[in-house]
Design a protein around this ligand. Structure first.
Ligand code: PAF
Length: 283
């Protein structure tokens, strides 16, 4: 597997692939790879001639410095996993290689059409500006035919789809289902930061969400919303930041089940200091 740290070397590699008429499947990541990422990589490998993966902890999407510093990093282990999964090239640049000082310090402007004012966007101001900034840069470098994103980051996926429409990238965005541990816990790089006790506690997030699907449509949206939050907060060490029951396309909250045919419950929960997200489809 090729491991590039410089944009120019990656560009030359990509140009070589294009000359040969090879299709490129791209998986952008922030590293600390787990089975969820590897499923995206394997799918990209199987659906394209070549798979390229970026491993870059993007500083411009972190609104909390502590979170950026704590974010797990292990490029050696990541490279070994990627090679095993059949990835042809990994791109692991430094922040300085990715951004000029000006880009690093100026908020990237983008018309989110309201998709950024709710949920993650509301609680992590500027987060999606950084995501669009880095993903648009990566798309320009890699020029992929297909790019693969996990549905765990539900709002991110909707925003990337909008970005592709607005910026005119000729890439197909492939959304892939959440990968869970046997316990139900959604796989996340942040799980590596949980103590064994916290990991057991965090299982309650997906368990409560799953249970809520059994009575969702028989109760009001408000009652379901409040019941889910109460059932999670009941566990000492878990604290819900938000739970939003939204239309899956507009991401706007619904008040009645008949307002939309596509309804998703998106949640963020602090397990100690670790911020975990998950979501579940109701309709
Ligand atoms: O989902 C992630 O890991 C990141 O937000 C992404 C898409 C790699 C951009 O930094």
């Amino acid at each position: 597997m090729n491991l590039f740290t410089e944009r120019l070397a990656l560009r030359q590699y990509v140009e070589g692939l294009k000359k040969e008429g090879e299709t490129i499947g791209f998986v952008p990541t922030m590293g600390a790879l787990h089975e969820g990422h590897l499923q995206l990589v394997r799918r990209a490998v199987s659906e394209n001639d070549v798979c390229i993966v970026s491993v870059f902890v993007n500083p411009t999407q972190f609104n909390d410095k502590g979170d950026l510093e704590r974010y797990p990093r292990n490029i050696k282990a990541d490279a070994a996993l990627l090679e095993q999964a059949g990835c042809a090239a990994a791109f692991a640049p430094s922040p300085e290689e990715m951004y000029s000082a000006e880009e690093m310090n100026r908020t990237f402007e983008f018309d989110f059409g309201g998709l950024d004012t709710v949920m993650e966007g509301k609680y992590r101001p500027g987060h999606f500006n950084g995501v669009v900034q880095v993903v648009s840069k990566l798309f320009s470098l890699v020029t992929p035919d297909r790019a693969y994103f996990g549905e765990k980051d539900f709002q991110q996926l909707a925003i990337i789809r909008r970005m592709v429409r607005l910026m005119g990238f000729g890439v197909e965005i492939v959304g892939c289902p959440i990968v869970r541990e046997e316990s139900g816990l959604a796989l996340s790089s942040r799980n590596a930061l949980l103590t064994p006790e916290q990991k057991k506690l965090a299982v309650n997030i997906s368990a409560v969400l799953k249970e809520s699907t059994q009575f969702a449509l028989e109760t009001s949206v408000r009652e379901l919303h409040d019941a889910v939050i109460a059932a999670i907060n009941r566990h000492d060490g878990l604290q819900v930041e938000y739970f939003s029951i939204v239309d899956g396309d507009t991401l706007q909250e619904i008040n009645r089940w008949d307002e939309s045919d596509y309804v998703v419950g998106c949640i963020t929960v602090y397990c100690g200091k670790i911020r975990l997200i998950d979501n579940i489809r109701y309709k």
